[in-house]
Design a protein around this ligand. Structure first.
Ligand code: SF4
Length: 349
């Protein structure tokens, strides 16, 4: 049986180059991975290992964006043992096991800013040396400059996604609290130049906007602004009220769902697995409080977690139309956001 599973439902991208230079040089395994990313959730195919590992190299951040879960939950390092930097040994253990199973992709961030990790370039180089075809991270771009930018590039990163929500200085600085508009724009411009001068076609540089009521009118201008600066892709991610905890969600949501789908199936359960910086393993990006703890990557095998009973049970719940029986899905607003987007006619897949 095949299901109408929405893949990356809150995400939309516009390619600013045709063809994309990074795709021209991508190996066949990359295309195989992208095909599986779409097909596996729709066909209920569970590989021996996640297609992608989300490795939270740090949960610290240098900004305080008001719509971010970190800010809303007021995460505090002195109170929360899950905050910190991922140890090199833990990172290596995850990559080594993944390499044994032909791991395709890693994303090196979850709740924090990855450029804060002092070993990030070494982590990228290690994953590349182990055959990972897609090494990527999201960043706010504040530290993407100077020697660090050069080392990231030399390490062979495949994709860098810069979160940048407005091309109006005042608005940008009210959303990305702690960042300076001109500095981050310059960092992106310099990073593009650095890549181009090196003769590389990677990383693919994408600038991403969280689409909210407050910046919706900028969508088209945003595209032009970044096209002029040589980035490869702009993307728009619909605002998600993670864990339902944002007190200002009403002012941010762009629409209202008329109905919620009961047959929502979350693609992530067939695509990826999350390892927090302290080693705890969770199933998806929506589990920001670690309510569905699947194991400890310090001692458990990620393969065994991935094919294990608990995840298979959770997949079954989704596949059979019972996603609401998975506790963390009842507070995750991803199904709600998907309903909004369907209502607005924004989902194309
Ligand atoms: S909590 Fe449920 S709906 Fe949300 S991302 Fe996780 S699996 Fe998907």
């Amino acid at each position: 049986m095949k299901q109408d599973v929405k893949i990356n439902p809150t995400y939309e991208e516009v390619k600013l180059k045709d063809p994309l230079p990074c795709e021209e040089v991508a190996p066949p395994r990359y295309h195989e991975y992208r095909r599986k990313w779409v097909e596996n959730p729709k066909n209920n195919v569970v590989e021996d290992f996640p297609l992608n590992l989300d490795l939270e190299v740090t949960s610290y951040c240098n900004l305080r964006c008001p719509m971010c879960y970190r800010t809303i939950a007021d995460l505090d390092a002195s109170q929360d043992p899950s905050l910190g930097y991922m140890d090199w040994e833990l990172y290596k253990k995850c990559i080594d096991e993944g390499a044994d199973y032909g791991l395709y992709a890693v994303k090196l961030n979850y709740r924090g800013e990855p450029l804060l990790h002092p070993q990030l370039p070494e982590m990228i180089a290690y994953a590349k040396a182990k055959g990972v075809v897609d090494v990527q991270f999201n960043t706010n771009g504040v530290l993407l400059k100077g020697d660090l930018a050069r080392r990231i590039l030399d390490a062979g990163v495949d994709r860098v996604i810069i979160s940048f929500d407005s091309i109006r200085k005042e608005r940008y600085e009210s959303i990305r609290v702690g960042a300076r508009f001109e500095e981050v724009v310059r960092n992106v411009e310099e990073f593009v130049k650095l890549r181009d001068k090196s003769g590389r076609k990677t990383p693919c540089i994408r600038v991403s906007m969280v689409k909210m009521k407050e910046n919706l009118e900028e969508v088209e201008e945003f595209r032009r602004f970044w096209e002029e600066r040589g980035v490869d892709i702009v993307s728009y991610v619909n605002y998600v009220n993670y864990m339902g905890k944002d007190p200002e969600a009403e002012q941010r949501y762009v629409g209202r769902p008329v109905r919620m789908r009961d047959d929502f199936v979350c693609a992530q359960l067939w695509q990826r697995l999350f390892v927090w910086c302290d080693g705890r393993v969770t199933p998806c990006c929506g589990d920001l409080e670690g309510g569905e703890r699947l194991g400890d990557a310090w001692k458990d095998s990620l393969h065994e977690i991935w094919v294990g009973e608990r995840l298979q049970y959770l997949r079954r719940l989704h596949w059979e139309g019972n996603y609401k029986r998975m506790k963390i899905c009842t507070t995750c607003t991803l199904p709600y956001t998907v309903a909004v987007m369907e209502e607005m006619g924004w989902i194309k897949q």
